[in-house]
Design a protein around this ligand. Structure first.
Ligand code: NAD
Length: 339
């Protein structure tokens, strides 16, 4: 069994912990929190040992009936791999501890590429992650872009990608974030960081991205235009998406035209937390004119990177050599069949 620790049991950490615990070849040795919260109660309910960064704060946890198993350093000593899911920028501060312990560490998209020196997307560069001590799973938006770009690139070659990201303002639980009533250009300048971030995984892809934030919490929406190197065919592109384990087609017949309906659909499907681990590509939006392809895709920010973290663990440990096999194992353990 691969022993996995989760440093930072928040929006991403709690999801990765559940996905790891569901795998036949992995176990959770502990999760960490900085202060008591409802998520600490969830960790207790799941039976995950709870560790804290600063042991002087043990009393407030124990007063609330939350037993503390030890310090983060002690948790790391029990792990083969730690998934660092602390807020952006904190992972970089944690890296010296991982270096000292010798534990393999996965950082998230809130960290710069340089923190790990290698950026990961399962079906793009799994094999290149094998044996590494540090890997960064790219952000939710970058993951969504990489999946479809890599798929189209393998089939047709890509001359240029242009994408506009309409981003959710906050995750549903983040009550203090905004905007409440504005469309915020983030950033005003072009390109946004997403294009260069895609190039940390797929360096040969010419891509330019623009991004804005809108008052919603459900998902991101991408408007993507791709110049292929050869003429494309809509039927073939639909087939490629249908055959991909991490991309799904939102069919016109469902009547779904929004992120809100998609989330409702995921809840009705019985997905844990209503999570959509797949990129949700609107079938009717796919327009192909010669080499020119356009489409909309919705990305569930809290979910798509979860399954990528699980694959990254196997790649780094080297227990499964074939990316397709790891992706299959991850999906199967979560009973995940793309929509
Ligand atoms: P979050 O704020 O929901 O959770 C972070 C958790 O880490 C919290 O429980 C916090 O208490 C804990 N924490 C803070 N400092 C810590 C420390 N020093 N040691 C241990 N724990 C600490 O954050 P999140 O949304 O889960 O984001 C985590 C990372 O994932 C970030 O890099 C973010 O950019 C990335 N990410 C987030 C999303 C998303 O939609 N939320 C999507 C993709 C990637």
């Amino acid at each position: 069994m691969i022993r996995v620790a989760i440093n930072g049991y928040g929006t991403v950490g709690k999801r990765v912990a559940d996905a790891v615990a569901a795998q036949p070849d992995m176990e959770i040795v502990g999760v960490s929190k900085t202060r008591p919260s409802f998520e600490a109660y969830i960790a207790k309910a799941r039976g995950f040992p709870l560790y804290i960064a600063d042991l002087s704060k043990r009393a407030p946890f124990e007063k609330l009936g939350l037993p503390v198993a030890g310090s983060v350093a002690e948790m790391l000593a029990r792990a083969d791999v730690v998934v660092d899911a602390t807020p952006g920028g904190v992972g970089k501060e944690n890296k010296p501890l991982y270096e000292k312990t010798g534990v393999k560490a996965i950082f998230q998209g809130g960290e710069d590429h340089e923190v790990a020196g290698f950026s990961f997307c399962s079906d793009c560069n799994y094999r290149m992650a094998m044996g590494r001590q540090f890997v960064r799973v790219v952000s939710c938006n970058t993951t969504g872009l990489c999946r479809i770009i890599n798929t189209l690139d393998k089939e047709y070659g890509i001359a240029k990608v242009r994408a506009v990201m309409v981003r959710r303002a906050s995750d549903p639980g983040e009550v203090k974030k905004g905007p409440v009533d504005a469309v915020v250009l983030d950033p005003v300048t072009v390109p946004s960081h997403h294009g260069p971030d895609v190039q940390t995984v797929l360096p040969h892809i010419p891509i330019s991205t623009m991004a804005m934030i809108v008052p919603t919490t459900f998902m991101h929406m991408h408007a993507v235009q791709v110049d292929l190197k050869k003429d494309g065919k809509k039927e073939r592109i639909l087939e490629l998406i249908r055959g991909h384990p991490r991309m799904g087609l939102v069919l016109g017949g469902t009547g779904i035209k929004s992120t809100a309906e998609l989330k409702e659909y995921a809840l009705d499907l019985g997905r844990p937390r209503g999570d959509l681990w797949e990129s949700c590509i609107f079938a009717d939006s796919i327009a192909v004119q010669g080499k020119d392809v356009s489409f909309f895709q919705a990305i569930h920010q809290e979910a798509d990177i979860v399954v990528e973290n699980v694959d990254a663990i196997r790649a780094m440990v080297g227990s499964v050599k074939d990316p397709g096999e790891s992706i299959r194992m991850t999906n199967e353990a979560l009973h995940f069949v793309a929509i």
